[in-house]
Each structure stands twice: as C-alpha cells, then as structure tokens.
Ligand binder design. Sequence first.
Ligand code: AMP
Length: 948
Amino acid sequence: TRTVPGELKWAASPSEGGWEEVSIMDEKNIPIRTYQVCNVLEPNQNNWLRTDWIPRSGAQRVYVEVKFTLRDCNSLPGVTGTCKETFNLYYHESNEDRESYIKESSFIKVDTVAADESFTQVDVGDRIMKLNTEVRDVKVTTRKGFYLAFQDVGACIALVSVRVFYKTCPLTIRNLATFPDTITGADTSSLVEVRGSCVNQSEEREEPKMYCGADGEWLVPIGGCFCSPGYEEKGGACKACSAGFYKAKSSDAGCFKCPPHSHSVRDGATVCDCHSGFFRADSDPPSMACTQPPSAPQQLISVVNETSVVLEWAPPRRLGGRSDTSYSLDMVARRCSQTKLCLPCGSDVLFSPGQTGLKTSRVVVSELRAHTHYTFIVHARNGVSQASGAGAAQSVSVSVTTNQAGEKCFYTIVILLSLIVCLSLSAPSPVSSILAIDVTRHSLSLSWQQPDRPNGVILEYEVKFYEKDQKERSYRIMRTFSRSVDVTGLNPLTVYVFHVRARTAAGYGEFSAPFEFSTNSGIHAVKFSSCRACIKVYVQKRSKYSKTKQDSEEEKHLNPGVKIYVDPFTYEDPDQAIHEFAKEIDVSSIHIEKVIGMGEFGEVCSGRLRVQGKREIYVAIKSLKAGYSDKQRRDFLSEASIMGQFDHPNIIRLEGVVTRCKPLMIITEYMENGSLDAFLRKHDGQFTVIQLVGMLRGIASGMKYLSDMSYVHRDLAARNILVNSNLVCKVSDFGLSRVLEDDPEAAYTTRVRRKIPIRWTAPEAITYRKFTTASDVWSYGIVMWEVVSYGERPYWDMNNQDVIKAIEEGYRLPAPMDCPVVLHQLMLDCWERERAERPTFSQILNMLDKLIRNPGTLHPQGPCWSRGWVCVPEWSVCEWLQSIGLERYRDTLAAAGYTSLDSLLALTHQEMDRLGIITPSHQNILIASVQQEVLSQMQHMQHSMVPV
Ligand code: AMP
C-alpha cells in the first residue's frame, strides 16, 4: 500500500465510525495511507475493512505482511473491559475483481494478529511510532484472485502498510542448463520439479532437472549438459576451442591440443586437419596423430619350384606411423611363347595364405602355368593408403619363369641369376645361446640374441624342437619374427631339445647347438604317466583300411603340431583344469531366457551372452543344481574341461564357465534344433539324401578331429549330436563319468561293472572295455543308421542281451528304407568284428566327400524302395565363390577344410571372424548364398524325382 498513489478507498463496514482512511507522513516525510480505528470505549465492536481485489498472478501461496501500531489498553484513560489488543485477518478467493458486497461469512479466517510492541503514547507527531510487523501466509489456488479483510473487535489500531507477495526460485544456470524464475508450490513442503534447458553450444548429457523448494531455494541439480564438440566450459557457459585445439565429442572435457602432424586454424574446431602429406583413415579417432602410407616392401625374393613360387619380403622401411600395414599381390602373366599372348590373371592360381590383406610377408603362389613368365608385384598398404589419394600403394616387383610341372632341375635364367646373387650373399651365423624365461607344466618361453654375424636383415627365426627321448625322429618347427617364442602344448616333466636358426635374404643360416629345457612337474607328476597311457591309439596291420597310416600313433608324432587331449582327471585340483581350458564368464553378461532340456546335473536353459567387445550370441546354459557333492561338481566341470580343449566346427563350442558364483554354469553355443535323434524323428522323410550325408559328414569331421586329438568319445549316438539352424551337426556330451552313468541307454552288462550303451557300442568295448577310436567308429556306423532311418531305434525292440548275442553271431542292422547301398556298405565296414578292419574317421570323411561330390552314386539300390535320386552337376566351392564374386576367400576356406558346399553350411560369423573373413557384407553374402545354393540343389533334386 505504500506505493499506491492517492487514496486506497477500501471498503469499510460500517462505512462511518469504523475503519477510517487517514493520510499521514512517514518517517521520511512521504505521505502514506493508513487505516485507523479506535472504538475502545464502546462494546460489541465489529468493524470490517476489505482490500481491493488482488490478482493471484500464478502464485499458489501468498504472504501477507502487515505493519501496524496498536495501543496498550492500560494506557488509555477510562477504558473498560471492552478494549482489545488484537485484530483478525481474513481472505476470500474470487474471480470477480469488483465485488461490491461480500458477506462476512464468505471470508475465511487466516489468523488473529496481536502486537509484539504496543505503545502508550497516541502522539504520532513525535515520530516515535512503535511499529509491529506480522507476516501470515495463505494458500490461494482456486480463483484468479482474492480479497483480504481486517476485522476489528474493539482495539486501537493503525494499519500502516499491507504488502502481499509470493516467492520464486530465481533464474539460475546449473550444470550448463538454465532454470527459469519459478513460482514456489502451494504447500509449505511442496517441491516444484523444473526442467532446465541447455545453454548455447551445449547438448543434453542427461535430462537437466532441479526442484524449487517452498522457501524459494533451489535444491540439488540432477543431470545437465555438456559443451558441444568444438566448445568447452568456462564460467558456466560454453566457449569455442581456440586455434590449435579441438574437441571431438560433447563431454565435460576441455579442448585438446591438436595431435602430431595436424592443426586447427579457426576457433571451435571439432577435429584438427592433417598437415599436408599426412592423412587420417576413416576409422582413426580424432585424437590419433595424422599418419602416412608405408614405403615399399623391401628385399622381395622369389624361389621357383616347378609351377609354384615362394615370395618373401621384408617390411617397408617407413611404416608411416601406423601398425596396420598389409600386403597384396598382383600378378601379370605372359606366356613364354613367341606369340607373347597375355593370359587372363589368376583364375586357377592359388595364393596361400591369400592374395590381399596379408599380414605376413610370405606367400606361396601355386598352380601356375608351366614355362610361363610371371611378374609379381607386392604392394604395401595401410589405413591411409586410400585416403592419401595416391591410391596405388608403394610396391616392389619380381619376375620369374615357371618350370615344367614335375621337372625338378629346370630353372629359368631369372632364377639362376637370383640364385647366383643369393649364393654370393652369406647366410647368418648360428644363434649362440637360448634362454628359457618362463617354464610351466605345458609350455616354455624362450628367448635368444641375434646371431653375431647376421649378414643382412633377419627376416625370421626358425625354432626346431623335439622330446629328448624321441631324438629327431619327430620334431616340430615354429617360425617367428621376434627373438622369442612361446612353445605350448608340451608334456609335463619332459626334457625338450631346441635349435634356432635365422633367415635373411640369403637364406637360412646354420641351426644353433642343441639347448635342453624341461617342462615343470606341477603337482601332478605322478598322475602324468597315466595320462600318457590313455592316449595310445591301437593299430593293427593287414586291415583293408589300415594301409594308410594317418591315424597311427607313429604318424601323429611325425605330424608336427598335433594337439593331444589332456584328461582333466589327471589334475588333482579340478579347478586348475577348468581354468586352464575354460574361460571364466562374468555372470552379469549372461541373460537366461528359457528352459530347453534336462541334463544329469540340472536344467539346461537357452539365453544370450554378451561379452564386452563381441557381438551378443545365443547360448545354452547348463547349471549344477544346488546340494551337489564334491564328486558331482568335479564331474560337472569335467565336461567343460574336455570341451574347452576342442576347437572345431563340428564339435560343440564351449563359450566358458561360471565357477566363481552359484549356481555353477557351463555355457556353450546354442544349437537351435536340439539333439539329432529327436530332430530327425520330427522331420521324418523330409530331407534329401545329400542333406543326410551332409549331416553325417559333419559328424565324421568332428570325430576325425577328436580322434586326431586321441580323444575317445565312448558314447557317440544321435542323441548326443546337436543340430543348429543351418543343419550343422556337432558332437557333444563329453562328461567322463556321464558316459557311463548318465546316458539312459547305458546298461550294466553281465561282464563289466559299469554301464554301457549296448546298442551303440562295439563288441570288444562291451566285452572287455576296450574303448578306442575304432570302437567310436562302430558307434558312428550306428549313428549313420539312425540318421538314414530318421531316428529309428537301433535293433528296434530287441532287448540288450539279444542284441549282444545277435552281433556275436554275425548279425548286422539291415539297410534302412531308401538307403543308398554305398552308405549301408560303409555302415557294415564300421561294424567289422576286427576293429583294425574298420575304416578310420579320416577314411570315412573322404568317402562321404566323394559321395557328396558325386550324388549319382547315392542311388538306393537292391531291396530298398526308391525315392529316385538323380545327379546334379557338381558345383565346386571354387566355382560357387566365383559366381558370387568372392573368389578371394577360396584359399582361406580351403585351408580351413571347407571343401564342399555342404561343409560351408557350417560357416558362422564367428568362424569367419576366426578365419580372417571380417568384412560384414562378405560374411552375410557367404552365409546367405551357401544356404540358397544348397536349397536350390535340393529343390532341383526333389523336382527331378522319378519313381524307379
Ligand atoms: P545334456 O545334459 O548335454 O544331455 O543336455 C540335455 C538336453 O539339453 C539335450 O538333450 C538337448 O536337448 C539340450 N541341450 C544341451 N545342450 C544344448 C545346446 N548347446 N543347444 C541346444 N540344446 C542343448
């Protein structure tokens, strides 16, 4: 009211003799309006004074500050009990700004107000007014505004001023977000949630929010904003990065100095430009220095052997500041004839390990034409070769002329010349000492010094080693570019002999003298000999299949680098085995979805696994139910310890284990179609013979791998084969005790104490527990029968004793309906009484490959009913790759054993990552088109069916 010019003219009731408007001068001599009443001598006073309408203006709680003076009744001469020392404050909410009359009863009482100070002197002329200030608050939420009223009941008062206000939390900036001036809430405890908006040049990090308290104070801010790329925070605002600095992402970081070989000239740079001659690859982060393409590869040498050429080179002198140098080869062929006819490039030529994207500096080019002049150009590239605009990489070239295939001693002038040059160089001197820097049970880490006289740039070292007892009869070779090597897969407590030699452009130097090192015993030395015993493979002469030696033990020792399976039960501490062979998975990266089966130890679930840095994959999760014994735990984990040693597309892959928290879990790849026996029963008669043989091929391939590792499965049966969505079959069920205890098919025999799955087991294994790869081959024959008969039970409802007797008498399962005679013959071979007469898995695999390549041989004949198979033209992997424009992967796939279209059905993204086929679009094309191709072959067959 102090600021209102002129009179207030509030409504007073009664209009005469009650409240009166009196203008006085305040302490600064400014005229102010007051209302006064002082009817202390008359009883029953009821004087009302009502303000004008006060708009609420969005406020929900208003504060009324009243300044007034009040006379002390005692100081008034002659007053009686009628004198009061309080007045009442009321309010009335209304949308009407000019209400002429409001009933007293419509007002709601706020409070009775008393004075803190009263004064005894009426004299205001001396300016010694004792002023009271009282504040009351009231919630006003229902109408646009309100009226206030003062009721006097017989006091002597002067209202000096009335101030009405509301509270706000004032505009502010917190965490780079602006929060507007905000009216507080209706209740004294209410908080108003306010959303902030990011300041200029900033971006939301997390929704900025803050609460405005009833007292007009902001509470703790939540979320906020980050300065945009090119800007950094300074004093609550975002300022542009100055020249020479950059900021690539919106973050709370400051601007960074430009990385080496780059600059920024203008303020606000989000990335620094490379100096001229320097580049950045698309995938390089802005924080990385600008780099250059590599210089040319060096010292390219070639050695011709008939129609193959070995090319080797040294890395470029300048790598341009990067570590992603790769090499590619171009080849120009010119026939060594007078016509000088240029041949089309590369259609039949094989590059191993490949022609492009090479990380190594050695390539073997084979299948060249005889007597042909070739020029090979080796290009070095890195991540910025493309960006550098030069396009063409730095390269070196060499020309050679091939010899006659099979002709040993013919060298062209070019090669003679290069040999002369080579011979004129001298080879490096021998490595003089080798040190063992780390020794474990199964590995040795060795290091050595460069030879005293390298006589050139050392291109690589070759490490030859063998078990001391074996002498040099069987040795392994490893090659390395560095002066150290980790030799793994060794036998414990065994002395090994090592020799190292260096190679330069002039060839290999002499091997070093022998250096002997022994592997550790660990704490399992005693058990070790039993482990050795269990890997023996039984070989018998004079078998129809035993002419090839490839599965014999002798062969295995001569074959360098063959990995041998280690029985986890030779470890005294099962946890040591599990941690050696299986990866521990953090349980938080597993997402279990549903139960898919029941295993011996508990439920089997499917779910998803996301390991950091890898794509999410579907997995099967086996858990060990609570209340298990030590033995159960050991048996449960033994399956993972065994599975973890295998790495093959037809063996179920172990992703890892959870042993650090309960329940214990084994995580494997997920096989969408479950176990093979149930799958076949469900799809009775729905597959082509090629598809069935494709499944059998996969199983044989997995079994060959297991037998190469000297692992005997003992429970090979269709129920223990899993099938994925691409119909790829994988061998599973590796628990040791489980083989004998868990399988419902396993039964006690009269002769042995343990349970055996009679119908699947070879007679010698039933009779005297002679479990070998050859007994697995017998089981494989039964699996073949199960597959071709779509999951029929072997020997139908005969009981186990009758089966044993029938087998002893020479009885064998007949060909299932529609069974091609060649397949039944193969089954019969697997069921030879003499185990040495049975084929090896490698022979079975070769046989099946042959059948797949020549589907015409798969005619069912003899007593079988016919579904009528016809030949389809053979479509080789190579031709197919050509047809989809991905011929470049021919060598990679061939080297990994993908030699038929059916085998390519096993290709997964992970497998391709492993093989170095990393371009996502290529992976997708390969997977989609192999399925398409096999499908169309099947359709072709089905449409061509003719009854015979
Ligand atoms: P097991 O204890 O290995 O015999 O597993 C019991 C059942 O769970 C099997 O018969 C399958 O039906 C199912 N199962 C086990 N492992 C997998 C897997 N990797 N993918 C899909 N199903 C599986």
